[in-house]
Design a protein. Structure first.
Length: 221
């Protein structure tokens, strides 16, 4: 065996033992990219292993099989956005400011993480089969709805939000605007030009998204 290959293998083994969570995170990051670009059937474990410089054997050890890796990549993608929402520290803000910050974060997160959007689209092609198997994702999204509920209920109590809405409807509107901006970017640009995909265009759309959601929830007068 080549001495350099032996050395590299030994280095990888040491890394697996010293930083198993780091290795897992590295695998998941590469898997998210591969699955989002090639789908579940098109992604190859050999390619994922090569890009992480991790053996297939270790990937199978950590995640079981390709479907197990796909499910964990899906969970990691949702965890990232929900963690970002938690770190916004919205509890101490007035309701309108809190909701505006949440909308702005969601819009910016989605446009900066197109792999997440593509993976969600792929999961819809699979009829949500793997998401349905994940209790972790369900709990993460329960927390997202709870966060909106807290903002909305405070806004209603303060007299700045209209009564009769549900947190789920608000979440749907935020998600729909932010998702479409990424999922249809290519076709929309081909049809109507690329102005909205520039930094200035995206800044305008982010402001439009915030204004739209605030207008939807705000009490008239």
């Amino acid at each position: 065996m080549d001495d350099s290959l032996t050395s590299e293998t030994g280095t990888n083994r040491a890394r697996w033992k010293q930083d198993p969570e780091g290795v897992r995170a590295d695998i998941l990051a590469v898997a998210l990219e591969e699955f989002s670009r090639n789908g579940l059937s098109g992604a190859r474990m050999d390619d994922i292993a090569a890009k992480t410089r991790t053996s297939k054997r270790m990937i199978y050890y950590y995640f079981g099989d390709k479907e197990g890796l796909y499910r964990k990549a899906l969970e990691a993608a949702y965890k990232k956005v929900r963690k970002g929402e938690e770190e916004l520290d919205l509890e101490h803000l007035p309701p309108k400011a809190a909701l505006e910050r949440l909308v702005g974060f969601t819009f910016d997160h989605h446009r900066k993480n197109p792999d997440f959007i593509r993976l969600v689209m792929i999961e819809n092609i699979h009829h949500g089969r793997f998401l349905e198997q994940s209790d972790a994702i369900k709990k993460l999204n329960e927390a997202a709805i709870s966060q909106i509920r807290n903002i909305y209920d405070k806004g209603v109590r303060d007299g700045v939000f209209r009564a009769g809405l549900t947190p789920l409807r608000i979440h749907w509107l935020i998600s729909a605007i932010s998702f479409f901006n990424v999922s249809n970017a290519r076709t929309f640009s081909l049809l109507f030009g690329n102005d909205l995909q520039t930094e200035a265009g995206q800044a305008c759309l982010s402001a439009d998204a915030c204004q739209t959601v605030l207008k939807f929830v705000s009490k008239e007068g």
